[in-house]
Design a protein around this ligand. Structure first.
Ligand SMILES: Nc1ncnc2c1ncn2[C@@H]1O[C@H](COP(=O)(O)OP(=O)(O)O)[C@@H](O)[C@H]1O
Ligand SMILES: Nc1ccn([C@H]2C[C@H](O)[C@@H](COP(=O)(O)OP(=O)(O)O)O2)c(=O)n1
Ligand SMILES: [Mg+2]
Length: 245
C-alpha cells in the first residue's frame, strides 16, 4: 500500500504547504528519546580519537558544510570539489531520497515533509549522515545541504561534539534559484513552484540564522553563485586551495 502510494507521490505536486516556522519544530513530535543516546554514543566513537575508529581514519575528518538556497548550485559545485580535491560528497537531500526509495518506515514521513518543502526531523537526517560518513571512510567530507536549521546544527554539534571546519555559502538571488529549479528536470517531487515558494521561505527563516551563527564564529566563506558553473568553480577552487585539510 505504502509502496504504491510512494510510487504515485514521488512525482505528484504537493498537497499542502506549511509555514517555515513549523519545519524545525517537526522534530519534537517524532523524536524517539530512546534512540538519541545510541546515536550520541555511535557518533562519539566516530569523532573521538580515543576510540581510534574515526571513519576508519586515525584523525578526525575535515568537515565542510555546504549551504545555499535551493537551486544555488550546491550539488553541482560539490561534484567538482569532490573530483578536484578528493572529498567525499554527502548530500543530505540525496540520503533522504534514498531512504524514501528504500521503502523504509521513515520513508513516508520523509516524503511527506519534502513534498511540502519543510525540514525532516533532525535525528533522522543526522543518523543518515553518520552512517554515510562511517561507510565513506573519508578524511575529508562535504556535507551538502546540512544543517538546514538551528535544530539540525545543534543536533549535529551535540552528537558529533565539534563544529565544521568551514562553511561554504553559495549566495544566489531568488529569481535565479527559481529559474534553475524549474529547469532541473530530475522529476523531483519538490521542484514545482508551490513547494519552491515554501523552500525559499524556509531557507530565509531557518537556514540564514545558521549561516549567521557560523559567520559570527568566523567559519563562513561566501561565494557569489551567479554566472556559469565553471566561473563559480574558479572561486570555489581558489577557496579550497587556500584551506588546510
Ligand atoms: N551556475 C549555474 N548556472 C545555471 N544553472 C546551474 C548552475 N549551477 C547549477 N545549475 C543547474 O541548476 C540546477 C540546480 O543546481 P544544483 O546543483 O542541483 O543546486 P542545489 O543543490 O543547490 O539545489 C541544476 O539543474 C543544475 O544543473
Ligand atoms: N538537512 C536537510 C536537507 C534536506 N532536507 C529536505 C528538505 C529539502 O527541501 C529537501 C531537498 O534537499 P536538497 O538538499 O536535495 O535540495 P536542494 O539541493 O537545496 O535543491 O530535503 C531536510 O529536511 N534536511
Ligand atoms: Mg542539491
Amino acid at each position: 500500500m505504502w509502496r504504491r502510494r510512494r510510487a504515485l507521490l514521488l512525482r505528484s505536486p504537493p498537497s499542502s504547504s506549511s509555514t517555515a516556522a513549523s519545519s524545525c519544530q517537526h522534530r519534537r513530535r517524532h523524536l524517539l528519546p530512546s534512540e538519541e543516546p545510541l546515536a550520541v554514543n555511535r557518533l562519539a566513537r566516530l569523532f573521538t580519537s580515543q576510540a581510534g575508529s574515526d571513519c576508519g581514519n586515525s584523525q578526525k575528518p575535515f568537515i565542510a558544510f555546504v549551504l545555499g538556497g535551493p537551486g544555488s548550485g550546491k550539488g553541482t559545485q560539490c561534484t567538482k570539489i569532490a573530483s578536484d580535491f578528493g572529498f567525499a560528497h554527502l548530500s543530505a537531500g540525496d540520503l533522504l531520497r534514498h531512504e524514501i526509495a528504500s521503502g523504509s518506515e521513515k520513508g513516508e514521513l520523509i516524503l511527506d515533509t519534502i513534498k511540502e518543502g519543510r525540514i525532516v526531523p533532525s535525528e533522522i537526517t543526522v543518523e543518515l549522515i553518520r552512517k554515510a560518513m562511517e561507510t565513506s571512510n573519508a578524511n575529508k567530507v562535504l556535507i551538502d545541504g546540512f544543517p538546514r536549521c538551528e535544530e539540525n546544527r545543534i543536533a549535529f554539534e551535540r552528537i558529533v561534539g565539534r563544529e565544521p571546519d568551514v562553511v561554504v555559502f553559495f549566495d544566489c538571488p531568488e529569481d535565479e534559484m527559481v529559474k534553475r529549479l524549474l529547469g532541473r528536470n530530475q522529476g523531483r517531487v519538490d521542484d514545482n513552484i508551490e513547494t519552491i515558494k515554501t523552500r525559499l521561505k524556509v531557507f530565509e527563516s531557518l537556514n540564514i540564522p545558521v549561516i549567521d551563527y557560523y559567520s559570527s564564529r568566523g567559519k563562513v566563506r561566501k561565494i557569489n553563485a551567479t554566472g556559469t558553473a565553471d566561473e563559480i568553480f574558479d572561486a570555489v577552487h581558489k577557496l579550497f586551495s587556500s584551506l588546510r585539510f
